[in-house]
Design a binder for this molecule. Structure first.
Ligand code: SAM
Length: 281
């Protein structure tokens, strides 16, 4: 089943959390000269136009990136994040929001490589168009990312940042993530893995986190951003989280400093909050 289209959600609160964390991880990884691979198992279309088509239908960006875009008193890391989004909108209007592949392409160095997997035929086509003629270091495959990653780990340079960002429309995705991480760590224990998940009133997200912990991870960070109280009818996403394996040691401090402002700007009611937990060795 491939009904999910990320364009409907482009630039929403969950994208902001995910891409802010991704930016911090890539910026840290860039500090060491040795090349690395950026691997995106569920890449999406790469770039989204906000004022037309799917993204404009529910305008989720209006309560996601927009409040940051129009805020004049952001802390430095959030200001850097907005500057990154501004670089895709040179005329100063918030028209385009980059997906994880374009954010990564903007941040990696000429010596690094990007490997993208996207299964949806239309989104893969758009992704290919977005990267057309741009960069020979990017390889895009219309393939199941959970299967595709097996063939490319470990990367030749033994350094990689991996984003695992499935739609979770099928509840098997939660188990697929755990299996993917288990097998990936067996092949390549020192990679940095970022897993995004939705906060929902159902047990699967929490079970997934519990199963990840059972893998006896030495170094991990778990951050979540709830933007509102869970709905009375039990439906809908009330926030999202990122679980990072082998995170940069600097990540917790940046999040401790930035998440209160994200709660303030993106929160919809008095139950908006963040949670941060980590063990970094
Ligand atoms: N990572 C993107 C970003 O941050 O901009 C968003 C990705 S979106 C949440 C999930 C994407 O995974 C969708 O575009 C969907 O078509 C794609 N997808 C679903 N199942 C997949 C699979 N097994 N392998 C690769 N892509 C898949």
């Amino acid at each position: 089943m491939l009904s999910y289209r990320h364009a409907f959600h482009a630039g929403n609160h969950a994208d902001v959390l995910k891409h802010f964390v991704l930016m911090q991880v890539l910026a840290y990884t860039n500090q060491k000269d040795k090349p690395y691979w950026y691997i995106d198992t569920h890449a999406g279309a790469g770039m989204y136009q906000l004022n037309t088509g799917y993204a404009a239908q529910n305008a989720e960006f209006a309560s996601g990136i927009a409040p940051l875009w129009y805020e004049n008193a952001l802390n430095q890391p959030l200001n850097d994040f907005v500057a990154l989004i501004q670089s895709f909108n040179p005329d100063g209007k918030l028209t385009y929001y980059p997906g994880s592949p374009c954010i990564a392409q903007n941040l990696v160095r000429a010596t690094d490589k990007i490997r993208l997997f996207e299964l949806h035929p239309n989104d893969c086509k758009i992704l290919l168009e977005n990267f057309k003629g741009k960069d020979r270091t990017v390889k895009i495959e219309k393939q199941d990312g959970f299967a595709g990653i097996k063939a490319i780990l470990p990367p030749p340079s033994r350094r990689a940042v991996v984003l695992i960002d499935p739609p979770y429309e099928e509840k098997q995705d939660y188990q697929r993530v755990v299996t993917c991480i288990k097998e990936s760590l067996e092949r390549f224990a020192t990679g940095t893995y970022l897993i995004w998940y939705p906060q929902l009133q159902r047990p699967e997200p929490e079970h997934m986190i519990q199963h990840l912990h059972k893998l006896n991870l030495k170094s991990w960070l778990h951050v979540s951003l709830s933007i509102e109280a869970p709905a009375a009818d039990g439906f809908g996403m009330f926030g999202s989280g990122m679980f990072v394996i082998n995170p940069p040691w600097t990540l917790a401090k940046v999040l401790e400093e930035s998440l209160p402002q994200l709660v303030e700007l993106l929160g919809k009611d008095n139950q908006a909050q963040f949670n941060l937990d980590y063990e970094i060795n």
